[in-house]
Design a protein around this ligand. Structure first.
Ligand SMILES: [Zn+2]
Ligand SMILES: [Zn+2]
Length: 375
């Protein structure tokens, strides 16, 4: 997650001032080049394809593009809460068309079964406390569904099926191309029947024969306590629908945790800093500190020093796998005031007289304390 993300404009190969149409065209071109189906032996093609899709999602939406132009990737990450542009980019149909429109990818090379659905990714933001205690979110996103009218078959109800005359029912056609090195034969998915070998007398009007349509979905996702920023929850089978008879893809919910100025996470521990007046540190005090479970009372012993820690057992993060919770470490910072009046000066001088070496004796060595502070 920490690696620098490539520039969205560079990914699409367009100038920063590119118009909507130019961006759309660039995306389609890059998507065709990188589509995983066309690059089965290049494991990086899929990753790059996803980056390009992400770049397009951001740049095809005026609002997210503006945020990206002004603040870069940071600007997009700052939008916490709810599903991000991953889910609600308005131009989803473009992506859909790029995946399934006509014979765009020209899948060649022999017969193939119905393709499984693609995975989908959405992002949700949760608060620091929610990430510790767990929560749930209603997530709304767009995905490709099987067409309800034709149940994925692609033809109108009652239509009859006839053998495709273009490919004689083979589902693929051979094409002779002439290149600089002579003629060669290419096998392509039949453009007339899209590889099915049959042609319905009437295509389904809802999906134009594709068998699938873009639709909006809403699901409830449980986010377990202990989740860290950048981790993903996999919701099996909730990605794009596959072709008829093939399984759907999965939905990946990437969780972003909003920072909380009261807390910091360190492994399974929560770390809090409290500022204590020197007088409280000298006398001992009962203070209130925030925890992810609400407020807790903490007893500060007399003579507590800056950098000392009070540990609240079991107030940290639960382990995602396993039992138990981490601790909350309350790090004390003693604040020393400036004396502002003669009266104050006299009082402190008097105090100094009452303090002998024993009062300053440390319970543990300076370096032991330091070790605790940086545990
Ligand atoms: Zn249909
Ligand atoms: Zn055909």
């Amino acid at each position: 997650m920490a690696a620098a993300k490539p520039d969205y404009y560079e990914l699409l190969g367009v100038e920063r001032g590119a118009g909507e149409d130019e961006i759309k065209k660039a995306f389609r071109r890059r998507a065709r080049e990188l589509h995983p189906d066309l690059n089965p032996d290049d494991p990086e093609a899929e990753a790059r394809f996803k980056q390009v899709a992400e770049a397009y999602e951001v740049l095809s939406n005026a609002e997210s593009r503006d945020l990206y132009d002004r603040y870069g990737h940071e600007g997009l990450g700052a939008r916490g809460g709810g599903a991000s542009d991953f889910a609600d980019f308005g131009s989803f149909q473009d992506l859909f068309d790029a995946f399934f429109g006509g014979d765009m990818f020209g899948r060649g090379g022999g017969a193939r079964g119905p393709a499984a659905g693609q995975d989908l990714a959405v992002q949700v933001g949760v608060t620091f406390v929610e990430s510790a205690l767990g929560t749930e979110r209603d997530i709304e996103y767009e995905a490709i569904d099987l067409c309800g009218t034709c149940d994925g078959a692609g033809h109108a109800p009652g239509a009859t099926l006839e053998r495709c005359s273009t490919c004689a029912g083979q589902g693929q056609v051979r094409q002779v191309s002439r290149g600089p090195f002579g003629q060669f034969l290419r096998t392509q998915v039949c453009p007339s029947c899209r590889g099915k070998g049959e042609i319905p007398s009437a295509a389904c009007e809802t999906c134009n024969g594709a068998g699938r349509v873009a639709g909006r979905r809403r699901i409830n996702v449980t986010i377990p306590g202990g989740i860290a920023s950048g981790q993903q929850i996999r919701v099996a089978g909730r990605g794009h629908a596959g072709e008829r008879g093939a399984p759907p893809g999965d939905l990946f919910v990437a969780v972003g945790v909003e920072p909380d100025e009261r807390f910091r996470r360190d492994g399974l521990d929560v770390v809090t800093r409290v500022v204590v007046p020197v007088t409280d540190a000298m006398l001992g005090a009962n203070i209130t500190v925030p925890t992810v479970d609400g407020e807790a009372h903490v007893e500060l012993r007399s003579g507590i020093q800056s950098g000392d820690q009070v540990v609240l057992r079991g107030k940290g993060f639960p382990a995602l796998q396993g039992r138990g919770r981490g601790d909350q470490r309350v790090v004390v910072e003693v604040r020393i005031p400036k004396v502002q009046s003669d009266e104050g000066r006299k009082a402190v001088e008097k105090l100094a007289e009452t303090l002998d070496e024993r009062a300053y004796r440390e319970d543990e060595g300076f370096f032991d304390r330091l070790k605790h502070a940086f545990r």
